[in-house]
Structures are given as structure tokens and as C-alpha cells.
Design a protein around this ligand. Structure first.
Ligand code: DSN
Length: 409
């Protein structure tokens, strides 16, 4: 960072401060992770200098012989890792990837089925404030109020009633296994396209630690920076019959020049994700999140669905004196990073919902194991159970410091 320090000391200093913050805190935000130095190098490479509008071997600019090879490698690696017939590696991120699929395979105004954001879905799965919900007639499915799990029967009933063009599965705040096969079967019954957004669980899917929606699901989208541990970006994987429409919608339909430095870094991350070490990492993410869940529950903390099968868990704060926003702030004071989140059938507003969401991909990358997760669970529970006790806060601040110090040494 020598050049940066010289040219722009302000930005350099802020980046250094952010690096320090990342090192000195416990990151339990389930959609964040730490990329490898190899991914970072590819991301900061000269590939950022190149325009490559179009696709490999069909570019609108000269000088793309190496960029073409990089993009083809990224495609090939994703195809192999996820068993996909066709892959587009150009989406700038998950939101444009999802929008491109809707626009490629449905007409504005068409009906699409997706999981409600407040029940664990995503903004781009049809929320009214998002372009997806404005352009299309999204029907939103919810989880079962008793079990808090996806209600496949409701999806089928809604599908039969509304005959959607697309049925979207996938979530951002759902701690259980998703039965993609069942959702695909429902889609087939009503002649809808099945689409799975596996952004959160892509790393688990790639390593068979979560059942894969491929190869049977028609279209699968994913971001690349969560459990997959790559740079920010996205992939669209689909059956051959949808490839041309989707590729055309990404470029020239929605995007211009692809970010080839990102694509190079995605290729590196995909290579890393196909190693035995990543397989082990992915298994450990789940072991850690289950250890964290157990530690929290032992201290009386209530979890949505009473546990987790994947990388994340949702704390139900309704029995507590504080809501999601205050809990997020309180934990941040102890340098524990989580995010406020709605819980199913939340009585509160999304601005200060009744839950916080926690996950283990980032801490697992840093080498934390079950023993530390147990300790972290106890600290979180102590804070949530005594939110206004300054002494408890000071005690936990020291405990977090100690965990980080021991771990770093
Ligand atoms: N914002 C991401 C998350 O935190 O789950 C999803 O896009």
C-alpha cells in the first residue's frame, strides 16, 4: 500500500483503520467473509484496466485474448464445481443477476412466486420497494407460523392458484435446509421456471454440505462473496435452453463492460472452493454455527426454528428487553458484529425488528472452532440478557479482546 499512502494518505489511512477493525472484532455477519490473499491479488490486478464488452471470442474491443481465457476459466470452473450446463460470470452482483433472470424469462407484469423478505427471503425476491416487486406481480410465500420452516404445501397452493412464470427459492435469513427438489417439482407441475438463489449457501452447496439445486433447477443464481469466499460478484447458472436469453439480458440488456478483475478473482475463488481444504472449511462452518446455537440456547436464548442446519442462526429477541437495532448496537460495543433482522411474523417494524442474524463463515475462515464458538455464544447471551448493565458490557469487552488476542497469537 506504499503508493496509496503517498498519493492518497486519507483513503490509505481509512483502509488501514478498516483492516484494524476487521482484525479486532468478531464478525458474525453471515453474508460476510475474508477472501484469501490470492483472491485479493487477482481483484487488485491489471484486469481492471480492460474493457471487454461482449463474451469470450465475441468482444467489442481488441486486446482481449488473455481476458477471454480468464473468463472462460471462470465459467469452466463454476460449471464443474456446481454441475451447471451453462454459466454467466458477468453479473456485477446478486441483485442485477436476479433481475436479469426475471427480465429474460418473464415479461413485466407477469406473476412470479418468491419468499417474503420478512420471512427470510431477499429484497430482490419481489419486495414492493425493490424493482423486482415493482416490475412483476410477485406473490410472496411465508414460513409456517408454528415450525417457522418453509411451507412447501403453501408454495404449491399459491403456484396452482396464481400459475407463476417463475418460482424463486433461496433465502438470506433461513437457518434450515431448503428442499430445492420439492420446489422444482412444484414448478414442473404448474409449468413454471424454477429458480434458486443460493447466494448465502453457495459454499455449502459446492461442497455438498447443503443439497444442491443443480442440475435439476432451471436457473440458479448466486453471489460469490458469502460462504463461497470470493470477491463481490455473481454467477447465473442455467440449463442450456435458457442460456441465450439470460446472456443477452446481462449484456447488452442490462450491463456494459464486465468487471474482469472481479471475474479473475471469482475464478481463483472457484479454484479454492474445489480443494479438500475448502471442503473441510465448509463442514466447519456448520459445526461452528451449531456449537454457537447450542451455547446460546443453553443460556436461554430463543432461536428461530430452534437451531440451524447451515451457516446462520436467527435470535428471537421477543422475550428480551431490547429489539434488533439495540441488540446490534450493544453487541457492536463489545466488537461483536451481527445484523438486526426480522423474524417470521415479526410484530415490530423492519427498522427495529425482533431479531438479530448471526453466522459463522467469517470466523471459521479465521480458524475459530467449536470451543471458541461456545465462549462467544456465552458472551452474546450475557449481553442480551443484561442489556443495560455497564459492568457486564465492560466484562464482555475484555473477554472479546482476550479471545481475539489468544486466537491471533
Ligand atoms: N445483503 C445480503 C445479506 O446480508 O444477506 C443479501 O444480499
Amino acid at each position: 500500500m506504499n503508493n496509496l499512502q503517498k498519493i492518497d494518505p486519507k483513503i490509505s489511512q481509512l483502509i488501514q483503520k478498516e483492516a484494524e477493525r476487521q482484525k479486532r472484532g468478531l464478525n458474525l455477519i453471515p453474508s460476510e467473509n475474508f477472501v484469501s490473499p490470492a483472491v485479493s491479488e487477482a481483484l487488485a490486478s491489471v484486469c481492471t484496466n480492460k474493457y471487454a464488452e461482449g463474451y469470450p471470442d465475441q468482444r467489442y474491443y481488441s486486446g482481449n485474448q488473455y481476458i477471454d481465457e480468464i473468463e472462460k476459466l471462470a465459467q469452466k470452473r463454476a460449471q464443474k464445481l456446481f454441475r451447471a450446463e451453462h454459466v454467466n460470470v458477468q453479473p456485477y452482483s446478486g441483485s442485477p443477476a436476479n433481475l436479469a433472470v426475471y427480465l429474460a424469462l418473464a415479461q413485466p407484469g407477469d406473476t412470479i412466486l418468491g419468499m417474503s423478505l420478512t420471512h427470510g427471503g431477499h429484497l430482490t425476491h419481489g419486495h414492493q420497494v425493490n424493482l423486482s416487486g415493482k416490475l412483476f406481480n410477485f406473490i410472496q410465500y411465508k414460513v409456517n407460523p408454528q415450525t417457522q420452516r418453509i411451507n412447501y404445501q403453501e408454495i404449491e397452493e399459491l403456484a396452482q392458484k396464481h400459475r407463476p412464470r417463475i418460482i424463486v427459492s433461496g433465502a438470506t435469513a433461513y437457518p434450515r435446509i431448503i428442499n430445492f427438489e420439492k420446489i422444482h417439482q412444484i414448478s414442473q407441475k404448474v409449468k413454471a421456471v424454477s429458480m434458486a438463489d443460493i447466494s448465502h449457501i453457495a459454499g455449502l452447496v459446492a461442497t455438498q454440505n447443503h443439497p444442491s439445486p443443480l442440475p435439476f433447477t432451471d436457473v440458479v443464481t448466486t453471489t460469490t462473496h458469502k460462504t463461497l469466499r470470493g470477491p463481490r460478484g455473481a454467477l447465473i447458472m442455467c440449463k442450456k435452453q435458457y442460456a441465450t436469453s439470460i446472456d443477452r439480458m446481462i449484456f447488452p440488456g442490462m450491463q456494459g463492460g464486465p468487471h474482469e478483475n472481479n471475474i479473475a478473482a471469482i475464478a481463483v475463488a472457484l479454484q479454492e472452493a474445489s480443494t479438500p481444504a475448502f471442503q473441510k472449511y465448509s463442514r466447519q462452518i456448520i459445526k461452528n454455527s451449531q456449537a454457537l446455537a447450542q451455547a446460546l440456547q443453553k443460556q436461554g436464548i430463543k432461536l428461530v426454528t430452534n437451531g440451524t442446519d447451515n451457516h446462520l442462526l436467527l435470535i428471537d429477541l421477543r422475550p428480551h428487553q431490547i429489539k434488533g437495532k439495540e441488540a446490534e448496537n450493544l453487541l457492536e460495543k463489545a466488537k461483536i458484529y451481527v445484523n438486526k433482522n426480522t423474524i417470521p411474523y415479526d410484530p415490530q417494524s423492519p427498522l427495529n425488528p425482533s431479531g438479530v442474524r448471526l453466522g459463522t463463515p467469517a470466523l471459521t475462515t479465521q480458524g475459530f472452532r467449536e470451543k471458541e464458538m461456545k465462549k462467544i455464544g456465552e458472551i452474546i447471551a450475557l449481553l442480551l440478557n443484561h442489556p443495560f448493565d455497564q459492568k457486564v458490557l465492560e466484562k464482555t469487552q475484555k473477554q472479546v479482546k482476550k479471545i481475539i488476542k489468544i486466537h491471533a497469537s
